[in-house]
Design a protein around this ligand. Structure first.
Ligand code: KG4
Ligand code: ZN
Length: 369
């Protein structure tokens, strides 16, 4: 089954073509082996445009999506050897040329950005005569883990960490989620972005903090140095699965205020900030994995691109939990893309979970459950 995915929920205009195959009995919760291969993956990032404002400007994002969405879809079709013009002209439409369904993000995200993707998907679905599937952006991040031939066993626990969300999700089968932990204020990615702003090291904050932190850890390894900066690990021993990162940013703000030389110690501040976030994320994930006795632990979302998080997760889970499987998405599918939209589209298409193009509606506050 061939799926076109479209993603425009924030500041990336993305389109992708994936091909899904199932082997075995079609039991949607357990049993079937599914293979998702990527035929094309096009992402047009607006980061350079928003950088000068220090964050995403919704009005500009939506305008850029309008300009980019069709060229990006066109490119995805071309890379997958599906030429769009004959698609429209021939009888049999897209199906005749091999597209079985269109999956599009309908929330959560910026309303005007989401509308661009949805309207595009609606028109293509109508004109090509192929079914439409609505995808939750968070579900998309989770399904970045299902690309290729992963051996994911349920129940699975997913740490979802992006610019807008920080959640621990229990997944008992395809499309079956329970949020067991959430952030009470800032998301992990948002915390990185705000810390980077305080330190004046650029946008987006996560990669900027990670780059600076690496400078300190490389130096500290050679010189056997330890950071003298101590930041809190908010809610690390709270006993539940919730997170809070706004106090960490405030703690950083006050430490910088007290330190006349902070500009000379940016790598050290970044290393400690990153360690604080990673310690909390890893500790809470391990607690939840043990308490719920899960078989697979997965990472998802833009912050899961963080190398220190990936490393700590592997090491600490390896030494503290037995009988588990850790699934980490390919780096290119951690930040926003459309493969992660097409992949759950495939699993939903297996269940014929389609929506009429007249009925799909944008939902900027869409919940996962
Ligand atoms: O998933 P994503 O692309 O968009 C949302 O759905 O929010 O995540 C973007 C977030 C940003 O806050 C960015 O700073 C963070 O992911 N991020 C990182 C890294 N790369 C991106 N955070 C930490 N380390 C990274 N390497
Ligand atoms: Zn995202």
């Amino acid at each position: 089954m061939v799926i076109l995915g479209i993603e425009t929920s924030c500041d990336e205009t993305a389109a992708a073509i994936i091909e899904g195959k199932s082997v075995g009995t079609q039991n949607f919760a357990f049993g079937t082996r599914n293979f998702v291969s990527v035929r094309s993956n096009i992402v047009s990032s607006q980061i350079d445009i928003h950088r000068k404002y220090g964050g995403v400007v919704p009005e500009i994002a939506a305008r850029e999506h309008v300009l980019n969405v069709l060229p990006v879809v066109n490119e995805a079709l071309k890379k997958a050897h599906l030429t769009p013009r004959p698609l429209l002209a021939r009888r049999g439409g897209a199906r005749g040329r091999g597209i079985d369904a269109i999956a599009v993000t309908f929330g959560p995200g910026l309303i005007t950005s989401l509308i661009v993707g949805i309207e595009t998907a609606k028109v293509l679905s109508h004109v090509w005569g192929v079914p439409l599937i609505g995808i939750n952006h968070i579900e998309g991040h989770i399904y970045a883990n299902f690309v290729g031939e992963p051996k994911i066993k349920f129940p699975a626990l997913i740490l979802t960490v992006s610019g807008g969300h920080t959640m621990l999700v229990l997944m008992t089968g395809h499309g079956k989620y329970k949020i067991i932990g959430d952030t009470r204020d800032d998301a992990a990615g948002e915390a990185f972005d705000k810390a980077a702003k305080l330190l004046g090291i650029g946008y987006p904050g996560g990669p900027a903090v990670a780059t600076e932190a690496a400078k300190f850890s490389n130096k500290s390894k050679i010189l056997n140095l330890k950071s003298k900066i101590i930041l809190p690990r908010p809610m690390i021993n709270s006993g539940d699965y919730d997170f809070s990162f706004s106090g960490l940013k405030t703690a950083l703000f006050y430490q910088l205020k007290k330190d006349k030389d902070w500009k000379k110690r940016i790598p050290e501040y970044c290393a400690e900030f990153q360690d604080a976030v990673v310690d909390v994320l890893v500790s809470k994930t391990i607690k939840a994995a043990k308490d719920f006795n899960v078989k697979t632990i997965m990472l998802s979302g833009g912050v899961s691109a963080n190398q220190e998080l990936r490393k700590q997760m592997k090491e600490k889970i390896g030494s503290q939990i037995t009988n588990y499987q850790l699934q980490i998405p390919d780096l290119q599918y951690t930040t926003d893309n459309a493969v992660m939209v097409a992949a759950p589209g495939y699993f939903r298409a297996l269940k014929k979970d389609f929506i009429a193009w007249e009925k799909i509606k944008v939902n900027p506050n869409l919940e996962l459950e």
